[in-house]
Design a protein around this ligand. Structure first.
Ligand code: GRF
Length: 223
């Protein structure tokens, strides 16, 4: 079968870029038929830019401090992404809230990863908020970005147990490990054309049916 052209990704970062690295690695392992058209950071010194340069990917810095409004920043960002023929925008540790300007340019074509089981713990420091709340299960969510904050249609989630002795860092690391697994998977499903947004829900084509016993109970029943 003729291979499909690789899905062109625009990856947005602000920090370390470990999710960017996980996506790069998944593409290199042949798990996702995508290519990174550009890595854009709103922060000039983001360490993730170094990861992109090491991988030989085009980078661009669009410093949000240089713009008079979020809308102006989004217009510059959208122009850069369109110029690179980006088909899917991937927010990966991107700390800016996107406005309707970007959402209108890329309807259901912007993904974000959030380190909580949305709709719980939206916003910043979600891992700490979950720990402080005393939850037994925490996790992460990949969702499409709409005009709200951390509330777009959910594509995939991963749950992790929270242990009594956990520090913020312990939980952050445990969640991050799952982020690195579910983000490439979500991009792959999109590339395969298997995601359809129906209102609040994302329908996924060709998924296996329910499998009994795939439940996570924390603390475990036999603990
Ligand atoms: C991660 O916890 C992610 O959930 C959040 O930003 C943090 C750093 O991501 N969106 P990365 O290491 O920069 O990809």
């Amino acid at each position: 079968m003729a291979s499909r052209a690789a899905l062109r990704l625009g990856v947005l970062i602000s920090g370390s870029g470990t999710n960017l690295q996980a996506i790069i690695d998944a593409i290199e392992r042949g798990e996702v038929n995508a290519q990174i058209a550009v890595v854009v950071s709103n922060r000039p010194g983001a360490p993730g830019l170094e990861r992109a340069r090491r991988g030989g990917f085009p980078t661009s810095v669009i410093d949000h401090r240089r713009f008079s409004s979020r809308e102006e920043f989004d217009r510059a960002l959208a122009a850069e992404l369109k110029a690179r023929q980006v088909a899917l925008v991937v927010c990966a540790g991107f700390m800016r809230v996107l406005t309707a300007v970007m959402v209108r340019e890329f309807p259901n074509r912007i993904m974000n990863i959030h380190p909580s089981l949305l709709p719980a713990f939206r916003g910043l420091d979600a891992q700490k908020a979950a720990l402080d709340y005393g939850v037994r299960l925490a996790g992460c969510t990949v969702h499409f970005v709409d005009e709200g904050v951390d509330e777009g249609p959910i594509i995939i989630q991963a749950a992790v147990p929270v242990y009594p002795a956990d520090t913020d860092d312990d939980l952050r690391r445990r969640i991050l490990e799952q982020e690195h697994r579910i983000y490439p998977r979500a991009i792959g499903l999109f590339e395969q054309g298997r995601l359809t947004v129906a209102g609040r829900r994302v329908l996924i084509g060709d998924l296996p049916g329910p499998r009994p016993g795939r439940y996570l109970i924390s603390p475990p029943l036999d603990g």
